[in-house]
Design a protein around this ligand. Structure first.
Ligand code: SAM
Length: 297
């Protein structure tokens, strides 16, 4: 009998499979988010490839999962992928997990999955917690289009460049951030993206889960007054650039600045208008407008 397209399937059916990699999401804080399907699979596979076996050992102990584990992290993924591929080709069932959340999302596993797919071997996602999706689902920002950028660069100059390249993006922007860099990143967001609404999702699914909303400057102010707000794990959501910026691709920035100079608009106002229409930093437009004005004599 053929299955209806929407038919549900019980995970128990999966233990009869062979030669497969399950990409299994695990909790990002609240252990009750572990799905029964994930548990069944982790208990029944031949081996679990984990980003950090000691870290995941605690999860395994909590759920009394006794499946053997091996390490697969950024530094050994190439060589491990070969071994895992040949084990799966021989019929083994293997699960891939990361320290928390969905593997491959700012976590290792992409090379392994790509190699298995090119070898025509089966890869089965077992969906579940993911900080990016949890944050978006609770933030109340536009989610019809979003651009996930993972972690911003660690160095401020590279981070500013990365942010400037995103200044005209009209889709919601989403970043992961660590407590060590959250204030520096917020400061760079304020400097490069201008006045935008942000939502900071902190410690999702954990005891101190917090959603803070406001401009980057306002969020920095809150953190200055309550340093606890700068602790823990963060997803940073930034509303997209105003829609006019999309059409601004056809506006020649030099022509726009020149037209405003012709109309005797002040340099400060020119910088404000250019930032709003073209994105980027106000200072950058201020300097460029000043140069043009000086060149006119
Ligand atoms: N694969 C994971 C996922 O599916 O979300 C992400 C792994 S990435 C190495 C870790 C980053 O995810 C953290 O630095 C933080 O930005 C974000 N993150 C993970 N857990 C979180 C949580 N409970 N609350 C907020 N952000 C979290």
């Amino acid at each position: 009998m053929s299955q209806a397209p929407h038919a549900m399937q019980s995970s128990r059916a999966e233990s009869g499979e062979s030669g497969v990699l399950y990409v299994v999401a695990t909790p990002i804080g609240n252990l009750d988010d572990m799905s029964t399907r994930a548990l069944d699979i982790l208990r029944s596979v031949d081996v679990i490839a984990a980003e950090d076996t000691r870290h995941s050992g605690r999860l395994m102990a909590h759920f009394d999962i006794r499946t053997p584990m091996l390490a697969l992290h950024d530094h050994n993924e190439r060589s491990r992928a070969e071994q895992l591929l040949s084990r799966i080709a021989q019929g083994e069932r293997i699960a891939l997990i990361s320290d928390a959340g969905t593997p491959l999302i700012s976590d290792p596993g992409y090379r392994l999955v790509a190699q298995l797919r090119s070898a025509d071997l089966r890869v089965v996602p077992v969906p579940g917690p993911c900080a990016l999706i949890a944050a978006l689902s609770g933030a109340g920002v536009a989610t019809d289009r979003f651009r996930f950028e993972g972690f911003l660069p660690a160095r401020s100059s590279a981070r500013k460049n990365a942010l400037e390249a995103l200044a005209k993006e009209t889709a919601t922007l989403v970043f992961y951030e660590s407590p060590h860099r959250i204030t520096d990143s917020l400061a760079d967001i304020a400097a490069t993206l201008g006045e935008r609404r942000l939502v900071l999702a902190r410690e999702l699914t954990k005891r101190f889960e917090t959603f803070l909303e406001g401009s980057a400057e306002a969020l920095l102010e809150i953190m200055a007054q309550d340093p606890n707000q700068a602790r823990g794990e963060f997803v940073v959501i930034v509303e997209g650039a105003p829609a006019q910026a999309e059409q601004a691709g056809s506006v020649d920035p030099e022509q726009l600045l020149a037209a405003m100079l012709d109309a005797e608009v002040g340099i400060k106002q020119i910088a404000a208008v250019a930032t709003r229409l073209l994105g980027g930093r106000k200072q950058q437009w201020y300097e460029r407008a000043q140069q043009l004005k000086d060149a006119r004599g």
